[in-house]
Design a protein around this ligand. Sequence first.
Ligand code: ZN
Length: 300
Amino acid sequence: MISRRLLLSLPAVALFATPLAARAAEPLPIVASFSILGDLVSQIAGPTAAVKVLVGPDGDAHVYQPSPADAKAVAGAKLIFLNGLGFEGWMNRLLKSSGTKGKAITVTQGVTPRAAGKDGHGHGAIDPHAWQDVGNVRAMVNNIAAALADADPAQAEGYNARAAAYRAELDRLDAEIKAQMGALTPAQRRVITSHDAFGYYGRAYDVSFHAPQGMNTDSEASAKDVARLISQIRKEKIKAVFVENISDPRLTQQLATEAGAVIGGALYSDALSPASGPATTYLTMMRHNTKMLVAGMAQN
Ligand code: ZN
């Protein structure tokens, strides 16, 4: 893209010589609700797209409070991408209060939602963490590409081509995860995490996850839940105990200490890592999590 400053510094004759199509290709103003979705949208929208992410790396979208700057970004956006399935409880109010004329796109449209298990505390009967199953992300990418092409038909070919290339990446990732899981026996495939965010992953890749904290991080784990998990870790000798990047590590540390287990490191459940971390994109996040999980479960 030619920046505004560069454009202004060009002689008038060069400016008028610029083909109309090139000048018309201003990037679409786009908002994505959280970092993982921001990466998916950026992959399909292309390198020149201006994607503003509301809940950034290591951020918790369950309990987020939008800022005035967020309202301004939403007001100016042509497309606002959100996960849906009850993940961004603050989004409807933000859309309304911003007065945006942009279109809100729920990317999980058409994904088969997973019901929250009996451990799903309080509100939230649906598990929102659909992106933890690579198969769901295929559908999400299709929805993203369709929304972009609809809003910006002139660039539809590029959006569709990038979506096709990304789906091929997703297929490779999915096969890789399944191959790595294949090294474990069914009995080894048990994991403790602090926040119940890996239900879709568990369903797709045949891993049984247990968590003291429910689907929504705004609900506290009860003492009873924690005691139940400690006895389960002891009884089943589960060594694979993890904490998510968005969670308070103290609860998991307490669990691990009392049950005689060791924490296997951070999993990225609801947000990417900052630039210096190991999970700066969806693809690297899934590879990182799988590596940690397989190493942890190998000790079970
Ligand atoms: Zn979550």
